[in-house]
Design a binder for this molecule. Structure first.
Ligand code: SF4
Ligand code: SF4
Length: 433
């Protein structure tokens, strides 16, 4: 049990920048760009340049493992296929759709007539047809988890939002608490599970208050509080805390499925109104942003448009030198510009001035090893990686790294030591000499 022994560490949350501002709904981008990539899988477009599309219309499909449909998030004309930035840090092809601002819905979007009569299989099929993926950042097709042959007794909702700076899940829950509970109820039925648990961080007293009141009408759902430590939001950590059990590969081995709170909220709309995954919440924040804000907007919206809605950058920010992070500061990817497009897994963009006067050298302080929840020695793994010594990487248990980013976070020299460990894991998988 890697996390049973560790207490995690308290880190500066910096959530206050965006936490006290309300969630802003922005559904009027002039263009959206639907990436032809989901996770690592290329998507096949099923529309052509010149086609007119409706909100929720299937525009691309993922084939093979994790097969599912991807949908237009606005109505209008497909005007181009072009390369745009993706949160992975790569440029990928995307369908450009020009908004007609008519919000014409696809015929498939309509209220579900008899929700009570939906079977477990119907509910899983709805996840697949809606293109629902893990919106906490994993991006894994949700229905695959529910197709398990294992007996599931508990569905856990991760409402912890562990990473510093991020507050969009928090606001999404407070805006749509009933949808969260309904989404979880449908997930429990899709898993044939008797129990639902919503895990939140102890300082989010508003979440506790709102959900406690509503839960009077839900018999089999309970709340579970975790401390303000990092990485309290990690799947394995949460499941160990809630169940007291651990697992080797998948939570289903111990009768658990875990989903992020935003995924559950979106699933409620899928089940009740057949609205596929076409929008998501996102936090635009950081010391470089004038008014950090949480938005709820169509997938495919340009981040630069949202930055403008935040009042732009703080005065004096050198945008050529700023730090842009796609995702949270612990596990996100460094990007070079704000010309990024929102995809299913992108829950935040953080923009900060570069810190001057870094020590590029490793000081040998050992802080990275001290905080590692998997008891690894990141600097030794880095050296083994540099020497391409696969046997040593194996001995050093690099494969146990959970990619929490803590080692980089605490490093006084700001060395991206996590990257070395992740690349060492990659080398281990390839078995390179
Ligand atoms: S990212 Fe760093 S701190 Fe986290 S598990 Fe991996 S080596 Fe340990
Ligand atoms: S925390 Fe940074 S400086 Fe200290 S040993 Fe680890 S990599 Fe080196």
């Amino acid at each position: 049990m890697i996390f049973q022994k560790t207490k995690g560490i308290h880190i500066e949350g910096r959530k206050g920048m965006s936490k006290n501002n309300p969630l802003v709904e922005y559904f009027d981008p002039e263009f959206v760009y639907i990436h032809l990539l989901q996770g690592n899988c290329p998507l096949k477009p099923v529309v052509e340049v010149g086609d007119i599309v409706k909100v929720g219309q299937v525009v691309a499909v993922r084939e093979g493992f994790g097969a599912m449909s991807i949908h237009a998030s606005i109505s209008g004309e497909v005007t181009a296929v072009k390369k745009v930035w993706h949160s992975s840090g790569k440029m990928v092809n995307a369908l450009e759709i020009k908004n007609d601002f008519k919000n014409i819905l696809d015929e498939s979007i309509k209220p579900t007539k008899d929700i009570e009569s939906l079977s477990r299989q119907d509910l899983i099929e709805m996840m697949k047809n809606a293109g629902l993926s893990g919106l906490g950042g994993a991006g894994f097709p949700t229905y695959i988890k529910y197709q398990t042959k294992e007996t599931i007794d508990t569905v856990i909702i991760n409402a912890v939002e562990c990473e510093p700076y991020l507050t969009c899940d928090y606001h999404f829950i407070l805006t749509y608490p009933e949808k969260l509970l309904k989404g979880l109820t449908y997930m429990m039925k899709a898993a044939d599970a008797e129990k639902g648990v919503i895990v939140y961080k102890n300082y989010n007293v508003k979440i506790k208050k709102v959900l406690t009141e509503l839960l009077k009408d839900y018999k089999n759902i309970e709340l579970f509080e975790v401390k303000d430590v990092y990485p309290a939001g990690w799947e394995k950590y949460i499941i160990e805390r809630v169940t007291g059990k651990t697992y080797q590969n998948l939570p289903s081995e111990i009768g658990v499925i875990e989903n992020n709170s935003t995924t559950a909220i979106i699933y409620s709309d899928i089940v009740e109104h057949n609205i596929p995954l076409i929008s998501r919440p996102i936090t635009i924040t950081g010391e470089g942003i004038k008014n950090p804000t949480n938005f709820y907007c169509p997938i495919g919206t340009k981040v630069s448009e949202l930055v403008e809605k935040c009042g732009g950058y703080v005065e004096g920010l050198d945008t050529k030198k700023a730090n842009y992070i796609a995702g949270g500061p612990m596990t996100g990817n460094a990007i070079f510009i704000d010309d990024l497009i929102i995809n299913d897994t992108l829950g935040a963009v953080i923009i900060k001035p570069i810190i001057e006067g870094l020590h590029p050298e490793c000081l040998g302080c050992g802080k990275c090893a001290e905080v590692c929840p998997a008891y690894l020695t990141p600097t030794e793994i880095r050296d083994a990686f540099k020497n391409k010594d696969v046997d040593l990487i194996k001995q050093l248990n690099a494969n146990k790294c959970v990619q929490c980013g803590l080692c980089s976070y605490v490093c006084p020299s700001h060395i991206e030591i996590t990257d070395y460990v992740v690349r060492a894991k990659g080398l281990l998988r390839k078995g390179a000499k």
